[in-house]
Design a protein around this ligand. Structure first.
Ligand SMILES: C[S@@+](CC[C@H](N)C(=O)[O-])C[C@H]1O[C@@H](n2cnc3c(N)ncnc32)[C@H](O)[C@@H]1O
Length: 330
């Protein structure tokens, strides 16, 4: 799902960057701030031409697409919870998750992957961003900003700055993760982090029963996750969200003898329409076998593959399901 393409004039262009690079040389280009519908602070990247959060609200999105379907209560009473946040950005998803764990005795092992320190830096200068969090969670965000790692009681975390495709390889080999929060810019803007290879690598890191959560419902992404052996569920829309046929994807690493129910508090099985979407050309994956390809190379490779494949065109699928479809599909 493409996030709203705000124009630069709709936000405030931020120049308060500590780095010596000019904004255009930064990987995200110029960052502009804007307030989302729930009043939470967010950013827009001129390079990716995309907002960091849906217009419904940064905080609301973190809670509904990442915290709720994680079902953290599953971990109460267990020794530890291992979380990987891919694309930490301003830190909303992890902060909301850690906030929800406050008061529990869970030992959290956290890793984050992120290219650019500026979003977190800028967020931590905003009183209305800081007001969302308890002092403990705020301290964690500040520690990540200042030293890329944090420790509180028996919980700890490390942020690996750089391209997530390479940094993922630095996680311990035998590490198995319970929750992966995947919040990259949309596939057409940031295909590097939605490639068949990257998604397969993430899927391999999941523990049995582990969940990958994302706002993305793109057929290419879902098809790659399924080929990587994960079971798919469709996230339900929550009040305040724009009309649309799915709010995202929950992908589960199957657990022997314990299938995840088809219907849950925040998800359902893929509908027939969603299943058929995975049989169209939209489901051709983003490919990046070297893990080093540019956006242009990945998009061109996919375009060629779509032109030469015998799958149903996405337009014809759209026509068939036009009454059920609202919003775009990739
Ligand atoms: C949609 S924003 C993430 C929002 C974030 N989850 C939050 O709650 O604020 C996407 C993030 O992906 C990061 N990013 C883009 N390309 C990346 C890459 N190749 N490796 C790691 N991070 C990347 C951007 O810097 C940006 O912070």
């Amino acid at each position: 799902m493409l996030r709203p393409s705000l124009t630069q004039t709709s936000g405030t262009t931020l120049s308060g960057c500590t780095s010596e690079l000019g904004p255009q040389q930064h990987p995200l280009g110029t960052l502009s701030s804007y307030a989302t519908a729930d009043g939470s602070y967010s950013l827009y990247s001129s390079h990716f031409k995309e907002a960091f959060h849906s217009s419904a609200g940064a905080l609301a999105e973190a809670r509904s697409k990442f915290v709720a379907p994680a079902e953290l209560e599953r971990f109460y009473g267990s020794k530890q919870l291992r979380v990987l946040d891919v694309c930490v950005g301003l830190g909303y998803n992890s902060a909301a998750l850690i906030e929800a764990l406050q008061g529990s005795s869970i030992r959290l092992q956290w890793w984050g992957l992120e290219l650019d320190p500026r979003p977190l830096n800028l967020a931590l200068q905003q009183p209305n961003f800081k007001a969302n969090w308890s002092l403990q969670v705020l301290k964690i965000l500040e520690d990540i900003r200042d030293s890329s790692s944090w420790q509180q009681k028996s919980s700890q975390g490390t942020l690996l700055w750089g391209d997530a495709r390479q940094k993922l390889n630095l996680l311990p080999n035998n590490l198995k993760i319970d929750l992966i929060l995947l919040d990259a810019f949309s596939p057409s803007r940031c295909p590097k982090l939605w490639s068949e290879e990257f998604l397969t690598a993430l899927a391999r890191k999941l523990a049995p029963g582990g969940r990958l959560l994302t706002y993305c419902r793109a057929a290419a992404v879902r098809a790659s996750l399924r080929r990587a052996g994960l079971q798919l569920r469709s996230l339900l829309r929550v009040a305040g969200e724009k009309q649309g046929w799915s709010a995202g994807t929950l992908a589960i690493s199957p657990e022997p003898n314990e299938a995840l129910s088809l219907q849950g508090p925040s998800w359902q099985a893929l509908t027939l329409m969603e299943e058929e979407h995975l049989l169209t050309r939209a489901a051709i994956p983003y490919r990046d076998p070297s893990g080093q390809a540019t956006v242009e190379e990945i998009l061109e490779r996919r375009k060629q593959e779509q032109q030469h494949c015998a799958m149903e065109s996405t337009n014809s699928w759209q026509r068939r399901w036009s009454r059920d479809l609202t919003g775009e599909c990739h």
